[in-house]
Design a protein around this ligand. Structure first.
Ligand code: ATP
Length: 246
């Protein structure tokens, strides 16, 4: 039988303010060890799905109206955000959300808030190995770093919680092509060297489909297309609307 997905959205319906339907009947499977791309333009509902996954919808008056979210075979739909992180389901939110007034090192330590101090020190050193740039800048105030460095810090901070699955919300947004290359190298390394499963949310379909195993395309809160990444990249509609080819 096929292996159950590590993360699964099952017929998920999400509304904001009891009125605005942001996500309608969405089902997504992220198999263990894979990179799955979640694609779609502005307002399609991508970030909303990640907020639901992390248990923080209510902070924006959103609610899971129907359906459920499963992680490692368990229903996590109604767990508290810190419980979800402790189970290994972690996201790097859109816009990085680092603490600009704190140093690189302090930002990393905060990422380890679910973890014992000795382990935090060990993981911080691992983050510095993965991102030598952060090691060089460990005492720098994070807000003064470049966009690319801040994205690396945001990923490093998420890794402090030792995720089994890392969700990245538009990691390439606003970054120069060379920096995007570096971020994507890191994403590839996370799977290869850390056996991590990745949910990659992107508007940049071209980049995402190059690295992903499978993809889902979201429009107006619905999945309109899904399948293996290479097949999606060859799809005519995808080429026309999302890859700027045709
Ligand atoms: P983007 O790339 O712009 O973040 P997205 O695909 O992540 O796009 P969402 O941010 O999930 O899209 O938004 C989905 C829909 O829900 C949109 O119609 C948006 O206006 C609406 N929405 C998002 N957040 C809220 C909120 N806090 N309150 C009300 N409506 C919201």
């Amino acid at each position: 039988p096929p292996q159950a997905a590590l993360l699964e959205f099952r017929n998920v319906q999400i509304v904001y303010d009891n009125a605005i339907e942001a996500v309608r009947d969405v089902s997504i499977e992220v198999p263990k060890g894979q990179i799955v791309a979640l694609l779609g333009s502005n307002g399609a509902g991508k970030s909303t799905l990640l907020k639901a996954m992390s248990g923080i919808l209510h902070t924006e008056d959103g609610s899971l109206d129907n359906g459920s979210i499963h992680f490692g075979g368990e229903d996590v739909s109604h767990l508290a955000p810190d419980t979800i992180v402790r189970r290994g389901l972690v996201q790097v939110p859109e816009g990085r959300r680092i603490f600009p007034a704190l140093t690189v090192e302090e930002n990393l330590v905060i990422g380890g808030y679910t973890t014992a101090a000795a382990v935090v020190r060990e993981r911080r050193e691992q983050a510095f190995t993965l991102f030598p740039r952060l090691a060089e800048r460990r005492h720098q105030i994070a807000g003064y770093m470049s966009g690319g460095e801040q994205q690396m810090l945001a990923i490093g901070r998420a890794l402090m919680a030792k995720p089994a699955l890392l969700a990245l919300d538009e990691p390439s947004l606003g970054l120069a092509p060379l920096i995007i290359d570096r971020i994507y190298e890191v994403i590839a390394a996370l799977r290869r060297d850390f056996a991590m499963t990745v949910l990659l949310v992107e508007q940049n379909a071209q980049r995402a489909l190059q690295i992903a195993d499978a993809g889902y395309i979201l429009e107006n809160g619905r999945v309109v297309l899904d399948g293996p990444a290479d097949k999606l990249a060859r799809n005519q509609d995808v080429q026309e609307f999302y890859l700027g080819l045709s």
